[in-house]
Design a protein. Structure first.
Length: 218
């Protein structure tokens, strides 16, 4: 899906200039990578609503800067501490023949039919919500699916178990494949209830096995 952003080159710098831009409904930003950094500004409402979409954070974006189009990635943005206002935004230029590193969201499917959930009443715990990957821009997926259909109680799915799309590799440290993505566990309350029931059931048996007290000597 093609996502296009319109931007304008800005010349004024500094806190005062940025404040005036924000009052005018614009967001100051920067584009960097492969060539000299360029100061830009974008429409606040458009960028605010775009940032609320998951795909905007994990897609190669088309930046239309003063009529010139280039491919970029969203790299950072700052929000006002308590207002729904974007303060600043950063984009990085990408080249089609160079690998990029991105965090891509994980979409969990089939949790309702996982044996640990369906048969044992377990709860799925999402240990990871995104994955750091490396690929060429054209291969960047919007998300990666995590199939939980075979996950049993007490078991986990690791990064190495994921079916990655063609051209995608896991980025990060050498042991990234061992990282846990999701697990199914028995709810804590159920464990405590079972332990309480076991203790209660054992109490009568323990009382019956206890030898009767001997009568006191006269």
């Amino acid at each position: 899906m093609k996502i296009e952003i319109s931007a304008t080159t800005r010349n004024a710098q500094g806190t005062g200039a940025s404040r005036r831009l924000r009052k005018a409904g614009r967001v100051p930003g920067i584009v960097y990578g492969d060539s000299a950094p360029t100061l830009i500004d974008v429409d606040h409402n458009n960028i605010y609503h775009s940032l609320r979409k998951e795909t905007f954070h994990a897609s190669v974006l088309t930046l239309n800067l003063d009529g010139k189009v280039e491919q970029v990635l969203l790299r950072d943005f700052q929000m006002h501490p308590f207002r729904q206002q974007v303060q600043h935004i950063d984009f990085q230029r990408v080249s089609k023949d160079k690998n990029i590193h991105m965090k891509v969201p994980l979409h969990f499917i089939n949790s309702d039919i996982a044996p640990g959930v369906k048969l044992n009443g377990g709860i799925v715990s999402h240990v990871m919500n995104d994955l750091n990957i490396a690929c060429f821009p054209a291969d960047l997926p919007e998300f990666i699916e995590v199939d939980l259909s075979t996950l049993a109680i007490g078991h986990s799915i690791h990064v190495s178990d994921l079916k990655l799309p063609k051209g995608i590799s896991v980025a990060g440290h050498a042991h990234a494949g061992d990282a846990v993505v999701a697990t199914v566990q028995i709810p804590r309350g159920a464990v405590e209830a079972a332990a309480t029931a076991e203790v209660a059931a054992a109490a009568p048996a323990a009382a019956a096995a206890k030898p009767a007290a001997k009568p006191a000597a006269k």
